[in-house]
Design a protein around this ligand. Structure first.
Ligand code: FAD
Ligand code: UDP
Length: 366
């Protein structure tokens, strides 16, 4: 049997590509996935207590792209969900992103208008020009004290680096607000798949032209597979046998606990922004699905550098190393590198879907 496409990885990048190739072009596709399940890091499942949990950290779907939303809607119904995060600092809870409520509580102020908040930021911010790193981008907006309380130690725990060693795009993911909006995201479409990510992926991949092999590193089987083209969504350095050295990735160890309580915390996510605990955040999974249950499951996230690769590290040295791999990848004509690991980009899910749909369009027109 010869396949038109061999796809490595069954996360968003691999699965969207497999679905498009099979359904739109009648291509025969083989998906090889190293883990024992599809859906990549978006994988969710019911734990032994019957609670739907996100095994690799909370995955909140948010996008401004109608195209991405409509595409995924072919495979799932949705429930509305707007993510809210609190930061725990010195044993008190504050809304994050920083907003008017955060400031009023932290500094015992009574700012009523957005103008007053804006004036406050103007009085504390430190001008940085140009903005070169993740410290610059925050202190340039809110000054040093808020940076220390909400960004510095969380970032050190997450990345094992000072914010000044990371590109501005990392802490720049978090906006700064002058109003009372406590939502983590403000995108137009904010939903969760009604029956979980796993059902959405099952539907996406249930096409007669798609075969899936789980529990298999592609390097172990590639010699035995006949195919025309490959779509590669794994780590790019692994593809090239680390020939220029290993790219750094961050990982997370999850510590799971199920409690005999209806709820453990006030919201789905509490960020521990001080140095006194080693974990970054606690997720209470019930909030993500709106599930009703008498127990609740929480996970604590302990970042590390040697587990499953979850996060590319956006800074100058890793980008330089990645560029060497990218150059090499451009020489290989029958392999397309796509997704968060293969492009070494801190993509959200919707960005991976958008990028993969674009790649598919290019393929379909060449
Ligand atoms: P992946 O999901 O990593 O899929 C790649 C697949 O390739 C994996 O299944 C892997 O096992 C497989 N693979 C790797 N090497 C091999 C090999 N040698 N052989 C065979 N298979 C291989 N995005 C959001 O939009 N909202 C969020 O709230 C959000 N939260 C996140 C929280 C965490 C903790 C993390 C880590 C990510 C989060 N993301 C979130 C990002 C989201 O997970 C990614 O954008 C998306 O899952 C990337 O899809 P992908 O297919 O590129 O990669
Ligand atoms: N961040 C922080 N404090 C917070 C939230 C975020 O310092 O309370 C920084 C931190 O460096 C983090 C980055 O902003 O890695 C991006 O945060 P996001 O919540 O987007 O991270 P993700 O959900 O992708 O892990």
């Amino acid at each position: 049997m010869k396949y038109d496409y061999l796809i490595i990885g069954a996360g968003f990048a691999g699965s969207v590509m497999a679905e498009r190739l099979a359904s739109q072009q009648n291509k025969k596709v083989l998906v090889v996935e190293k883990r024992n399940h599809i859906a990549g890091n978006a994988y969710d499942e019911y734990d032994e207590h019957g609670i739907l949990v996100h095994r690799y950290g909370p995955h909140i779907f948010h996008t401004n792209s109608k195209k991405v939303f409509e595409y995924l809607s072919l495979f799932t119904e949705w429930i509305p969900y707007e993510h809210k995060v609190l930061a725990k600092f010195n044993n008190e809870l504050y809304p994050i992103p920083i907003n008017r409520i955060t400031l009023n509580k932290l500094y015992n102020k009574n700012f009523k208008s957005e103008k007053e908040v804006e004036n406050f930021y103007n009085s504390v911010k430190e001008k940085r020009h140009p903005i070169l790193n993740s410290e610059d981008i925050i202190v340039n907006q809110v000054g040093h004290d808020l940076f220390e309380k909400f960004f510095r130690y969380y970032t050190k725990k997450q990345w094992e680096m000072e914010p000044r060693e990371l590109s501005p795009s990392v802490c720049g993911r978090i906006p700064v607000r002058t109003n009372d909006d406590c939502r983590y995201f403000t995108d137009k479409y904010q939903f969760m798949p009604k029956e979980g990510y796993i059902k959405m992926f099952e539907k996406m991949l249930s096409h007669k032209n798609i075969e899936i092999v789980l529990n298999t590193d592609y390097k172990k089987v590639i010699e035995d597979i006949k195919f025309d083209k490959m779509i590669y969504t794994g780590p790019i350095d692994y593809f090239f046998d680390y020939q220029f050295g290993k790219l750094p990735y961050r990982s997370i160890r999850f510590e799971w606990e199920t409690l005999d309580l209806e709820f453990y915390q006030e919201t789905a996510q509490v960020n521990y922004t001080g140095p006194e605990v080693a974990f970054t955040r606690i997720i209470e999974h019930k909030y993500l699905s709106g599930q009703k249950a008498i127990k609740t499951t929480i996970s604590k996230e302990y970042p590390n550098s040697n587990g499953e690769p979850f996060y590319p590290i956006p800074n100058v040295s890793s980008q330089t190393l990645y560029n060497q791999y990218k150059k090499e990848s451009e020489k290989i004509k029958n392999v397309i590198f796509t997704g968060r690991l293969a492009e070494y980009k801190y993509y959200n899910m919707d960005q991976v879907v958008a990028q993969t749909l674009n790649q598919f369009r290019k393929l379909a027109t060449t």
